[in-house]
Design a protein around this ligand. Structure first.
Ligand code: NAD
Length: 262
């Protein structure tokens, strides 16, 4: 049995993870941390009934008291910045889905994980279809003159553009892209620019997590689209990462490094 502590257990993703772990035979939820719903049973909160694991807000005490093998952090970037040194201090493996960290921050986390010989998966998107979309975008990029991304999320999402949009662009060879600079009659109408790719972030009720990568070429358009229709879309990837980081502890960035997509 893999002993898991969910950090952000009262959040939308945290509750989905608690629900998912309760169905799996090789996992046991031993700890639940959040700054909301403190004292609530994490199982009751996620709709699976009492699990006997109460939500606590003191991460040190949760880790000290529950001795998990692996923590699963789906909080917010500012919380993760404080949680990460605590995870390292307790020498626990990490699966991190929290987005909003800079590349420099991810690099310094990698250095700490490697020098401490810990296990850590950081993935901006745990949906396998989204990871394949990023992979296909990487293959397509050299064959087109330009690309733009439209990403769609629920309005509570704190960061824009999404971690997935940034990671998609980082994986693409975009140095040769043409970036037409028309006059913006409304500021921001052409979206934000990252490494030569325009990115447009839509935040509307009804969306979960969706992205289109649109490539333009001579007389043709290629559109890659992925839709996460519910948070359950992330769960197979989260389970895969939890198992992998316990089996072969090292630093992994992106689910593709676990799926063997490079
Ligand atoms: P949410 O706001 O519903 O949940 C976040 C939870 O973290 C809240 O319950 C909040 O109280 C809690 N929290 C805040 N500070 C904390 C702290 N210091 N210690 C413990 N808990 C704390 O958000 P969500 O939709 O569940 O998303 C959570 C994160 O996961 C976001 O960064 C989001 O972008 C990311 N996300 C990643 C993926 C992925 O596949 N990697 C998918 C969906 C969401």
């Amino acid at each position: 049995m893999i002993r898991v502590c969910v950090v952000g257990a009262a959040g939308k993703m945290g509750r989905e993870i608690v629900r998912t772990l309760a169905r799996e035979k090789d996992f046991v939820l031993v700890g639940a941390c959040d700054v909301q719903e403190v004292g609530q049973d994490a199982g009751v909160l996620s709709g699976v009934g009492p699990l006997g694991v109460l939500i606590q807000d003191d991460l040190e005490r949760v880790l000290g008291g529950s001795a998990p093998q692996v923590v699963c952090d789906f909080t917010h970037a500012e919380a993760l910045r404080k949680n990460f040194p605590v995870f390292v201090k307790h020498r626990v493996a990490m699966v991190i889905g929290t987005t909003g960290l800079t590349q420099d921050e991810i690099q310094s986390m990698r250095q700490v994980v490697e020098s401490e010989r810990l296990g850590c998966v950081i993935a901006p998107n745990f949906a396998i279809g989204a990871v394949l979309m990023m992979y296909f975008a990487r293959i397509a990029a050299p064959f087109f003159q330009a690309a733009e991304i439209i990403e769609y999320h629920h309005p509570q999402k704190k960061d824009a553009p999404s971690g997935t949009a940034l990671k998609t662009i980082e994986g693409m060879d975009s140095g040769h892209f043409l970036t037409p600079e028309g006059q913006e009659l409304v500021a921001g109408a052409r979206g934000g620019m990252y490494r030569g790719v325009r990115v447009h972030s839509i935040r509307l009720p009804g969306f979960v997590a969706h992205q289109e990568v649109i490539f333009g070429g001579e007389g043709q358009i290629l559109t890659l689209r992925h839709d996460s229709l519910s948070r359950s879309s992330f769960m197979p990837g989260v389970l895969l990462a939890l198992r992998k980081v316990c089996e072969a502890p090292q630093f992994y960035y992106g689910l593709e490094s676990i799926l063997g997509l490079g």
